[in-house]
Design a protein around this ligand. Structure first.
Ligand code: BGC
Length: 556
């Protein structure tokens, strides 16, 4: 509205009008935001490969290259013993790998606060900037000190990005496709992991700093693309409503939905978001900084709509996603397959597992919207229980009966791939979708941040403990393929968790999710239908809210 003015916003009583129609622009905006997943995947994907590069090992340890020390001799025992010892020391491997998760953990927790202070979009841009600073240190590093500093700073940036992209996408995506677009984020994670594997594979034999600097430096492209793109995209209208800047909320909603700011659709949707926020504030009024943190844990654990219950749900959801054991396959698959013997090219197997992950994820775009989040989480867990137990049983029977049994190994790889398909179409995307949907606006950014931090925390725990579970070394539990019984057992818990605690949020606006949680239990949630708007509940359907547009006025 050029020159400024006031639009009277009146809420609607029509539950079908709580969201403006979906336009191509809306799809494009959220599709672009999904790009943030590339960071997540790529950043977790390159370190393992770089740690195994000859040049990198030589630089970190000062040891001579095996083929220089033993020219023309690759079969003698002395060569083999030297090659075995030609590795980056265990503590340096552990430090450089896990320190990223420490950064992401704290980054994700802090990101929620910052997203409420400066906005979702600016927080992601800030994350790209911090990540770039960390990336510069990583690229410049020639030793463990600078590399670790770079990793923790880059991790901090990834923590910002991984939490706030989910928040931003969930807040601006149209409800009909919100699940599918957040699944698009998961798809980008899988592409990131695959790209990291490919780049590392291409540079692994170089005998110069390019071997590790190229894979690290490729990440600057992701930061540049995401940061520049978000500088152009609109801010989340829900953020402006939370800040009381209703004029800006109206303009940004109009931009996200591709409708004129004074159209009825925009008025109805905006009124619903405002009414919902007023409702939430009436239950838990704004308090001090620490008081508002405590609000994340307020209410009764037995009430599905309490903040405490939602926060626990988000944190456990991400914990159970990690405890499915998927990263055991992606982080330690190569070593595990090598231990089974008979595999001549472990890289190929690890490429196949990452490819299966990428190619099966798009099926989830349809599944999350057609079957719903709850159903696919329940069936996904059940399917992973079957696949993992089968792998464990083959390993404990045919695999054990004759060492290096190629048929048993092939069958295990096939079931591991089916397990990846089960994860990629269900728990992979759905865990992210659910945490973006279950929190009320008052605590949403912190809730998503805490849940994301839980993902990184468990990710780190798995990275640190699994080598000690499976490796055939003195101080390890030497579980070998029996580790799949452990993951299968944990998936049984995921199944029960999804069945008893996860509500169905498909097809509802974020505000309707709030109402559904108040009126149902997780097990009855799938049958819930919206019957009243928040504008009705708050009596805003009869009353005008004056929203100034095109001016600097920020009062209502
Ligand atoms: C998980 C990651 C995992 C990836 C695999 C994500 O949803 O959070 O830890 O590596 O899926 O595709």
């Amino acid at each position: 509205m050029p020159g400024g003015g006031v639009i009277p916003v009146t809420g609607t009583t029509d539950i079908n009008r709580v969201e403006a129609p979906v336009t191509v622009k809306a799809y494009l905006i959220v599709a672009f935001a999904a790009f943030g997943g590339i960071f997540f995947g790529y950043d977790t994907g390159w370190m393992g490969g770089v740690l195994g590069m000859d040049y990198f090992i030589n630089q970190y340890t000062g040891l001579e290259y095996p083929n220089v020390k033993f020219p023309g001799d690759t079969t003698s025992d002395a060569y083999k013993a030297y090659k075995k010892a030609f590795v980056v020391p265990q503590w340096e491997q552990s430090l450089t790998t896990s320190i990223l998760s420490a950064g992401t953990f704290f980054g994700a927790i802090m990101a929620g606060d910052i997203a409420d202070m400066i906005g979702r979009r600016m927080t992601i841009i800030m994350g790209c900037f911090i990540f770039t600073v960390g990336g510069i240190l990583e690229t410049a590093s020639t030793g463990v000190g600078v590399m670790s500093a770079g990793r923790i700073i880059a991790g901090f940036g990834v923590g910002f990005i991984s939490a706030i992209v989910i928040l931003y996408m969930s807040e601006i995506a149209p409800k009909k496709v919100r699940g599918a677009v957040v699944a698009g984020y998961q798809f980008c994670i899988t592409i990131g992991i695959l790209l990291a594997n490919c780049v590392v594979y291409a540079t692994q034999h170089r005998r110069d700093t390019g071997s590790y600097r190229i894979p690290i430096a490729v990440q600057f492209a992701w930061a540049l693309i995401l940061g520049t793109g978000l500088a152009i995209l609109p801010e989340s209208p829900r953020y402006f409503v939370k800040k009381g800047k209703l004029d800006r909320a109206a303009t940004s909603l109009a931009s996200v939905r591709g409708c004129p700011v004074d159209s009825e659709y925009i008025q109805d949707e905006l009124a619903e978001i405002i009414a919902n926020h007023e409702y939430e504030m009436s239950i838990l009024p704004e308090t001090s900084y620490w008081g508002s943190w405590l609000q994340c844990f307020s209410g009764s654990i037995s009430k599905p709509s309490s903040n405490l219950r939602r926060t626990i749900l988000g944190i456990l959801m991400q914990m159970m996603q990690q405890l499915t054991g998927i990263n055991f396959i992606f982080y330690f698959g190569t070593v595990f397959f090598q231990q089974l013997g008979t595999i001549s090219n472990p890289f190929l197997i690890s490429l196949i597992t990452t490819l299966v992950n990428v190619l099966s994820t798009p099926f989830s775009f349809v599944m999350v919207e057609k079957l719903g989040r709850r159903k696919i989480l329940i069936w996904g867990a059940a399917s992973m229980v079957c696949m993992q137990f089968i792998v464990g049983i083959i390993g404990a029977t045919a695999g054990k009966a004759s060492a290096h049994n190629p048929a048993a190994v092939k069958a295990m790889i096939a079931f591991i791939c089916l397990n990846i398909v089960s994860f990629a179409t269900t728990w992979g995307p759905a865990a992210w979708i659910v945490i973006g949907e279950i929190f009320p606006l008052t605590i949403r950014s912190r809730g998503v941040g805490l849940s994301t931090a839980s993902n990184w925390f468990w990710n780190c725990i798995i990275a640190v403990i699994t080598p000690y579970l499976v490796a055939d070394q003195p101080h390890s539990a030497k579980l070998g393929s029996n580790v799949f019984f452990m993951w299968g057992g944990l998936c049984c818990i995921s199944f029960l968790f999804a069945f008893f605690l996860v509500p169905e949020t498909k097809g509802l606006s974020l505000e309707q999710v709030d109402k559904m949680l108040e009126e149902t239990t997780p097990r009855t949630s799938s049958k819930w239908k919206p019957h009243e708007t928040f504008a009705q509940t708050m009596n805003l359907a009869e009353k005008h809210i004056e929203v100034p547009v095109g001016t600097k006025t920020e009062t209502v």
